[in-house]
Ligand binder design. Structure first.
Ligand code: FMN
Length: 431
């Protein structure tokens, strides 16, 4: 994308300062590990900090009396070729005791005082239980608390996790119960498995939340073994819907962060399918200040943060920005309602049509096939020259040809050469 020189980490850090302020914390960069297997122990979190992560949310901690166990085989994946695009887990929260975490927090904060260490908490459906656990986390030395109102499997069956996040009244009540008990900031982690996430985020803010993180996993079933006729992940033949994460959930996460950013004023921490600095930039552009990562680290290790840091810094430098804060929410005003888009005047067939770069075209014919069978029969096929050709009169500018073209930059927009009229069926009045 950039034609400018690409600097490595040591060079670029002299040109762009990646420090971000999140609530009241200064972090060396906006990249955090989300509450998940990569933050299972203090030793792991410290290794992540050595690799360069700016912060971490510990694996969700529950009171010692609350039972926790896991199933052997709790992951599943959905692949396209060799690439995992969606991941499922039916894993539960931390199996470690509060005392074990207390010792870890002390050690982590001693060695890495400049990193944001967040304690993810989950208590039984009782405000007093939440308050007690939050008091403990504050005294243990966490910098911030994240309330896990989002785990979609196992916990909701007993009034925890998404059971809370799917009810705005409980979200507000439990947030309030925690906020009044602690001196450290409180972030609420939202579930995407609701009809209107902004509505629930508003409830969290009414309860006193200092920040919102989203999304927790999307409830789904990763697949069915058609030989054994068993749902996946199969635990001795049985399964249950679980949390889907990874690249496939990024579009859902982006929409959730954008919705929340429009509804509330508190800072946001984005989660969901972040695998590269590009994903991170996209989330920042719709309103996120920090970025949390789980699945990408589970698939590639802590080291991916180095490329994320260098990529973000180079992007900011290329675009003429000197800090991440300058791009937060920049794309947000452009996310509007379907009807509002009318004002730009691109009612189909619109002012543009596809143009084919014949130097790049590999003559696969896919654009022609899909336009015939799912478009407007505008992409013709020249049998003599064996190449596709756009029939401007028929083209409705839907962009399907561009979506399926396997060659980047081969099909692009160009202005129509002939006058065109918007096609509108029925009576329409602009809103
Ligand atoms: C195996 C696994 C375990 C997880 N455990 C927790 C957890 O204990 N607490 C929590 O808040 N989220 C948990 N999550 C959700 C992640 O923190 C994150 O919200 C979600 O995976 C989306 O981010 P990603 O696409 O980067 O993985 C878990 C996710 C996975 C894959």
């Amino acid at each position: 994308m950039s034609k400018l020189k690409r600097f490595d980490i040591s060079e670029i850090s002299k040109k762009v300062d990646l420090h971000v302020k999140f609530v009241k914390f200064e972090m060396p960069n906006p990249f955090m590990l989300s509450s998940a297997p990569p933050t299972t122990t203090g030793e792991m979190i410290m290794r992540a900090f050595e690799a360069g992560w700016g912060g971490a949310v510990a694996k969700t901690i529950v009171p010692d009396k609350t039972y926790v166990f896991d199933y052997a085989n709790r992951f599943g994946s959905f692949k396209l070729g060799d690439n995992i695009i969606a991941f499922q887990n039916i894993e539960e929260v931390s199996k470690r005791t509060q005392a074990e975490w207390e010792a870890d927090v002390k050690e982590i904060k001693k060695r890495f005082p400049d990193r944001l260490l967040v304690g993810s908490l989950m208590a039984e459906a009782d405000p007093e239980e939440w308050a007690k656990l939050a008091r403990w986390a504050d005294e243990a030395g966490f910098d911030m608390i994240e309330l896990n109102f989002g785990c979609p499997h196992g916990m909701p069956e007993r009034g925890m996790g998404a059971f809370v996040g799917q009810r705005a009244d409980l979200t507000e009540e439990f947030t309030k119960a925690v906020v009044k008990e602690v001196s450290i900031p409180v972030m609420v982690k939202m579930t995407p498995n609701v009809t209107d996430i902004a509505y629930v985020a508003e409830a969290a803010v009414r309860g006193g939340a200092d920040a919102i993180s989203a999304i927790n996993t999307v409830l789904g079933i990763i697949g069915i073994d058609i030989d054994k006729m068993e749902p996946l992940p199969s635990v001795g033949g049985l399964s249950t819907p679980g949390g889907i994460s990874g690249p496939a959930v990024k579009p859902i996460g982006l929409r959730c962060i954008a919705d929340i950013a429009k509804a509330v004023k508190v800072p946001l921490s984005a989660i969901g399918g972040i695998s590269s600095w590009r994903d991170a930039v996209e989330y920042m552009l719709v309103g996120a200040t920090t970025l949390q990562v789980c699945t990408a680290v589970m698939l590639k290790g802590y080291r991916i943060v180095k490329e994320m840091i260098a990529g973000l810094a180079n992007y900011l430098y290329d675009k003429g920005f000197s800090s991440p804060a300058e791009i937060v929410g920049k794309a947000l005003p452009k996310i509007t309602t379907w009807h509002d888009i009318y004002k730009v005047g691109w009612v189909a067939p619109g002012p543009v049509v596809p143009k084919i770069d014949y130097d790049k075209c590999i003559r696969c014919g896919l654009c022609h096939v899909v336009c015939q069978d799912a478009g407007y029969q505008a992409m013709q096929w020249d049998p003599e020259e064996r190449k596709p050709e756009v029939d401007e009169e028929k083209c409705d500018a839907c962009s399907l040809c561009m979506q399926v073209c396997p060659v980047p930059g081969c099909i692009t927009w160009t202005e129509r050469t002939k006058p065109w009229q918007p096609k509108i069926k029925g009576e329409f009045k602009p809103h």
